[in-house]
Ligand binder design. Structure first.
Ligand SMILES: [Zn+2]
Length: 734
């Protein structure tokens, strides 16, 4: 009775809050769901169901745009003619039903489609059924969604499923959109300016499956995520329609067994919407909490972080990257290691006789003297990690000759829907000038898994390297492979990830103790299989460290591409400073960078400071970065990710990391500019988990601990940051 009364009052509030007159115009009663402060209204339309309102009842804010989008969009493909038709949630259904369930949820059923685009009667007689369930999470002001698509019949295959999809409205000039490119990015002024982010997940440019649209100044907004524990293949979209002051967010799933008659689709995991009363960091913490509890790739963490990662790798604080024969590599790296004075990682390219991106995967023999050089360097505090590729087999794998591609690799290469091998080209060319065409190998095949494992183990056991870098695994996105002989579902799903999981489990079990593996970029589903991710592409304007906020401590992040150009020294400080506050291992630059006095001075500070604080990054977690108050100048340099790649940032970068089990935290600060900067820093030690009314603050630099003072739990200081300086405040209980 009380519940009914509440629902009645709430629907009244909601209807009053709506600006769209047509929301109440149909004869059908709206279906309401409330979850804490989040209230949703669904409305039956002529041939479907429309999401007509999503309200933050506490802020009295309608979150949807004036022109809503269909919650679901289906693409079906005719198995014979290959013609594709589209169906949306709001139109074209012969039967629609919305049921309230006793737990406060809603079940929506669509059946018997009688209208499709572009061919109106294509689906006549099709028994297709779609069922969505919305489950309230009152304590989180959230809604969890499941979706199932069933029985398209013998003529049709469910090809792609867009779900969920929303058009969010403008939340004021401060509206921001968080999207997961690289480390994470925030588009400010979203919905009022043209903006579009879109791409396939999981990959280096879409590494996680959550987005958010929010106004931090108004403390309202929406967390919009897929909590899919398999990390299944899907496309993400965040795009604005400035004319309508709207932002579209959506997930688009290629289905398992796409193209096969009468396949079914069920949403892998749940789609989750929650009110967001903060910013990108709060959204990241929501996702982090889910990932820790449910993601299949989340590694086991102990008191000292990843216990399956060698201690030396967890602690490593600096990387160099070079390549070629030992006589060119060894002297420079030895010199760097001696100068920097802490253990060094070496990413060694072109240690093999074959050219780069050519004749893969025939990496052996090594260049003359490789194993001896590895021994020598590793005796001098340098951990050697050679490059191999984890995806590619050259179609002409012995010069211009097809040596083993057709005879050995072809059955295990990925195939498109027509059965043709999927090949890629990069910058490399064969002797005759033609592009090297590299087949993308299918990780579901034992042949490829054995090949990668064999190469890695040979490098570790015969050449003595402490680590191997397996390129592209967390960078390139899953291929929609249609080769039925591989034994995986055709096209979409999560079989691609599982193929690599099998590979990595077997490889980790077989490799010698105290060894480690890394790969390129930061697609999350492979975290458990690797010890380190090469986050070299975190080079965008408006970046935020969302990935470190979610996965700090679960994987070691290392490497940024350091490049040339007129502003290269400033770019070096901006990159190294960013790596410091993001919790990354610093580098990877050419070892000769240390021969430049100014660069050396800055790197000594940043690397030395990171080395002293290293436990925070492998056993701790990221905390909310502090925001400096005052006039902080901006710096701008050409980072040369591609030519003329200008990145702008605040001159002073700030980050915070904490060791929750040890009640301590650290605030990291670095001035990347060549001028002093004065600004105010406010610290709330309690928000970093340091207990008590007072806090002990110790200033730490590369040289060690310095000045110490005791302050109230919440305190503020005006500080002057010297040019090119890096230091930290460690916060502990007094
Ligand atoms: Zn395959």
């Amino acid at each position: 009775m009380r519940l009914l009364a509440r629902l009645f009052v709430l629907s009244f509030v909601l209807i009053a809050a709506r600006t769209r007159a047509d929301a109440v115009a149909t004869a059908n009663a709206p279906a309401n769901l409330t979850a804490g402060d989040l209230a949703m209204v669904l409305q039956k339309t002529d041939g479907g169901v429309a999401l007509t309102s999503l309200v933050d009842t506490a802020a009295k804010q309608e979150l949807l745009a004036a022109k809503p989008l269909p919650l679901v969009e289906l693409t079906l493909r005719n198995v014979k003619s290959k013609e594709e038709v589209r169906l949306t949630a709001d139109d074209g259904w012969g039967e629609v039903d919305i049921q309230n369930d006793p737990a406060g949820g809603l079940t929506i059923r669509w059946a018997r489609p009688n209208w499709a685009r572009p061919k109106k009667d294509a689906l006549a007689g099709c028994a297709l059924r779609v069922t969505a369930r919305a489950i309230p999470e009152p304590e989180k002001s959230g809604i969890r969604w499941t979706l199932a698509v069933d029985s398209p019949g013998d003529q049709w295959s469910v090809w792609r499923v867009v779900f969920p999809q929303v058009a969010l409205g403008d939340l004021g000039p401060g509206t921001e959109v968080l999207f997961p490119r690289g480390s994470g990015e925030v588009k400010r002024g979203a919905s009022r300016e043209a903006f579009r982010f879109e791409g396939p997940y999981p990959g280096g440019w879409v590494g996680m499956q959550f987005m958010a649209c929010y106004a931090p100044d108004r403390k309202t907004g929406l967390y919009f995520a897929m909590h899919d524990p398999w990390g299944s293949t899907k496309d993400l979209l965040a795009a604005s329609q400035p004319a309508e002051h709207a932002t579209t967010l959506r997930f688009d799933h290629p289905t398992e067994d796409m193209g096969k008659a009468n396949n079914r689709f069920s949403l892998p995991g749940e789609a989750v919407w929650r009110l967001l009363r903060g910013d990108w960091f709060d959204a990241s913490v929501m996702y982090r909490d889910w990932a820790r509890a449910h993601a299949k790739w989340y590694p086991r963490l102990g008191a000292d972080g990843r216990e399956d990662t060698p201690q030396w790798m967890r602690e490593l604080s600096v990387w160099v990257m070079t390549g070629g024969p030992p006589e060119e590599v060894v002297p420079d790296v030895e010199h760097f290691a001696k100068e920097i004075g802490v253990p060094v990682g070496l990413h060694w390219y072109n240690w093999h006789e074959i050219p780069f991106d050519n004749d893969y995967p025939h990496y052996f023999p090594t260049k003359q003297g490789f194993a001896e050089a590895v021994r020598k360097l590793q005796g001098a505090g340098v951990f050697v990690m050679p490059y191999i590729n984890g995806r590619l087999w050259d179609t002409r794998d012995k010069g211009a000759e097809d040596f083993e591609f057709t005879s050995v690799a072809r059955p295990a290469v990925t195939k498109d829907a027509d059965g043709k091998p999927i090949v890629e080209t990069y910058g490399s060319t064969e002797g005759d000038g033609s592009k090297v065409a590299l087949g993308v190998m299918c990780p579901a095949t034992e042949l490829w898994r054995n090949k990668v494992q064999g190469t890695v183990l040979r490098l570790m056991n015969e050449c003595g390297v402490k680590g191997v870098y397996i390129d592209q695994v967390a960078a390139a996105t899953p291929v929609l492979c249609f080769d039925a002989t591989h034994g995986h579902p055709l096209g979409g799903g999560h079989w691609w990830n599982e193929g690599y999981w099998t590979l990595m489990d077997s490889l980790r079990a077989a490799m010698p103790k105290d060894h480690m593996l890394t790969t390129e970029c930061n697609a999350e589903p492979f975290i458990k299989g690797f010890d380190g991710y090469l986050t070299w592409h975190w080079q965008y304007d408006d970046q935020v460290p969302a990935f470190p906020a979610v996965y700090g401590g679960a994987i070691q992040m290392f490497g940024c591409a350091y490049r040339e150009g007129e502003t290269k020294d400033l770019a070096l400080r901006m990159k190294a400073g960013q790596q410091l506050v993001y919790g990354e291992q610093i580098g990877w630059f050419h070892p000769n960078v240390i021969k430049d006095e100014a660069n050396a001075a800055y790197l000594h500070q940043v690397v030395g400071l990171r080395w002293r604080l290293r436990r925070y990054f492998f056993a701790g977690e990221m905390a909310r970065p502090p925001k400096l108050q005052g006039e902080i100048p901006q710096v701008r340099a050409d980072w040369q990710w591609t030519p003329n790649w200008w990145v702008q940032n605040e001159a002073v970068l700030a980050g915070a990391w904490r060791l929750p089990a040890e009640n301590r935290a650290v605030v990291l600060l670095t001035n990347t500019s060549d001028k002093p900067v004065t600004a105010k820093l406010a610290v709330d030690a309690g928000s970093y988990g340091v207990p008590g009314a007072e806090v002990r603050v110790t200033r730490i630099t590369a040289e060690g601990p310095g000045e110490t003072f005791t302050a109230p739990r919440v305190f503020e200081r005006e500080l002057t940051f010297a040019p090119g300086s890096a230091w930290a405040w460690e916060l502990t209980a007094p």
